[in-house]
Ligand binder design. Structure first.
Ligand code: ATP
Length: 213
């Protein structure tokens, strides 16, 4: 067994998932395949530090859409752990929770290139990059960010490790903002979200209100 095939190694993927879309799923599977991982856990966030939680769709909806999106796919699971935590959802706490569940296994945390640009602002980022491997997927229109401020915080070796884990994944030009906007405008979101998610959005009347960016 190679180091990349240990059974309990896991790819964690947190986000607001408002809603989960095919961009999320395509990059998550591509990264898992490249890293030789058989487990991906989607972790909807109740109160992401970088977003206004009052603007988010109710967590129960976002969680259920994640579950519908990956139903029947053995590679994916969905965790409601962050939804039950008090206060802000800091990635470090979440990573530590999942590490404690699988001693000796490696934990990877997936972000998009836009989040890499913000990583320097994340809570206790030096501890976070020591606790897990940050894996980055490219995103259309999001060039490589300047990582010099991050390097000042976490050191050159840690930045090299992050750079090595910017993987060559499909560039998928889908965002949750775009999905919400299209629904609000009465346009189709077919092929942007899994069918079951599209049906859920329609049947619960989500995102019909004026758009937020
Ligand atoms: P919004 O448009 O509401 O900001 P989003 O589409 O960016 O949402 P999030 O749930 O906020 O989705 O994203 C969770 C993580 O997934 C973030 O790290 C983000 O960078 C990444 N991500 C989302 N969509 C893509 C995509 N199409 N390609 C690469 N990464 C993505």
């Amino acid at each position: 067994m190679t180091p990349s095939q240990r059974g309990d190694d896991v790819l964690l993927f947190g986000g607001s998932f408002d809603p989960v879309h095919l961009g999320h799923l395509i990059i998550a599977r591509a990264v898992a395949e490249q890293l030789g991982l058989s487990q991906v856990i989607l972790i909807p966030s109740a109160r992401p530090p970088h977003k206004d939680a009052s603007q988010l769709t109710h967590a129960a909806h976002r969680l259920e859409m994640c579950r519908l999106a990956v139903a029947g796919d053995a590679m994916f699971n969905v965790s409601d752990w962050e939804l039950h935590q008090p206060g802000r959802n800091y990635t470090l706490n979440t990573v530590n929770h999942f590490r404690a569940q699988r001693p000796g296994s490696r934990v990877f945390w997936l972000i998009g290139m836009d989040s890499l640009a913000e990583l320097v602002t994340w809570y206790r980022v030096a501890d976070l990059v020591a606790a897990c491997t940050i894996v980055t997927a490219g995103r259309p229109g999001r060039p490589w960010p300047d990582l010099s401020a991050l390097q000042a915080l976490i050191g050159a070796d840690a930045v090299v490790h992050i750079r090595r884990h910017v993987l060559d994944t499909p560039l998928v030009d889908i965002s949750a903002t775009q999905v919400r906007q299209r629904v609000a405008e009465g346009r189709s979101i077919r092929y942007l979200v899994p069918d079951a998610v599209g049906e859920y959005i329609a049947s619960h009347g989500l995102y019909r209100a004026p758009i937020r960016a």
